[in-house]
Design a protein around this ligand. Structure first.
Ligand SMILES: [Zn+2]
Length: 302
């Protein structure tokens, strides 16, 4: 038997299971009848505060962050990969960052092992967008697809953006590595990667919803007609994005378009009382949206 990193992980599930109920791994779970959703922790990002505040009014932004308990200095949001299990389907929404992004990310295989799942068990990987913390984990450190048995699905607009030879020219200096990294991973996925369009049913009962702005082709996914919305990075944090959703955020590639998308999503989530799952939201990323004056509040399900 060829011992691979994956079989080692598989063999280590006894150890991993110790952590199965710890906050570090299976952070939150949502039971939707025939579907069960678990968020898996891929680690956390380590970013400068400028990534968060950018050109926003410093005083007001800082006050919102203080109220949310976000200390000045570095910003370390969690990365929540959504796992959906339904019958024989084992679906991941995004693949985490993999081995090549940050020291503090790339823990998804361990989080899966803690649930006694291996990458081979995954039947579908559905991408919200092509940023490193969402896409790069689809390729392992041998430059091979990690989820060897899975169909991989990405929005066509998003795929076209990252494979466009103009993108490294237009994306700007600070995201150069994103462009090269995404193009390379998409190439390594080769024939495994399928595309879908806005409002396509990507899987039975799961509908893609264009939520452009964070990236040019960012997609959210509505599960079971209002049961939950996987928003990826369309609602990228639990403080500024909720309190002042109209503010242009430095984290978004098209800040104006992203703000319009965010406003529409937050209003709908609040009105419909629909749970959301956000990739960088706290407490495993599951919660609800409540109207709060001119803005909104994230109400964690934990
Ligand atoms: Zn992200």
């Amino acid at each position: 038997m060829r011992i691979t990193r994956r079989s080692v992980l598989r063999g280590a599930t006894g150890l991993g299971a110790t952590f199965a109920f710890g906050r570090a791994w299976a952070a939150t779970e949502m039971d939707l009848g025939e579907r069960r959703i678990t968020t898996l922790n891929d680690g956390y990002l380590q970013l400068p505060e400028s990534f968060l505040i950018g050109d926003l009014p410093q005083g007001e932004a800082r006050a919102i962050l203080d109220a949310a308990g976000v200390a000045a200095g570095g910003y370390e949001p969690p990365c929540n990969v959504t796992l959906l299990r339904s019958g024989a389907e084992v679906v991941l929404f995004d693949a985490g960052a993999g081995p090549g992004f940050m020291q503090s990310t790339g823990r998804l295989p361990e989080a899966l092992a803690a649930l006694d799942l291996s990458p081979e068990d995954v039947t579908h990987v559905v991408f919200t967008h092509g940023h490193p913390d969402h896409l790069w984990g689809a390729i392992d450190d041998f430059d091979e697809p990690l989820f060897v048995n899975a169909r991989h699905l990405i929005g066509r607009v998003e795929r076209d953006y990252w494979t466009d030879p103009e993108t490294p020219v237009t994306i700007g200096a600070e995201r150069q590595s994103f462009a090269a990294g995404a193009a390379r991973r998409i190439e390594l996925l080769q024939g495994m990667l399928e595309t879908f369009e806005n409002e396509d049913e990507v899987l039975p009962g799961i509908v893609a919803r264009a939520s452009f702005g964070h990236t040019p082709g960012h997609m959210s996914f509505e599960i079971g007609s209002g049961q939950a919305l996987v928003v990826g990075d369309a609602i990228g944090n639990a403080h500024l994005a909720f309190a002042r959703p109209e503010w242009p955020m430095a984290a978004d590639q098209d800040p104006e378009q992203a703000a319009r998308t965010r406003l529409v999503l937050l209003q709908e989530l609040a009105e419909r009382g629909m749970p959301l799952i956000g990739f960088h939201l706290p407490d495993g990323g599951m919660g609800r949206v409540e109207k709060n004056g001119e803005g909104y509040t994230f109400v964690s399900e934990m």
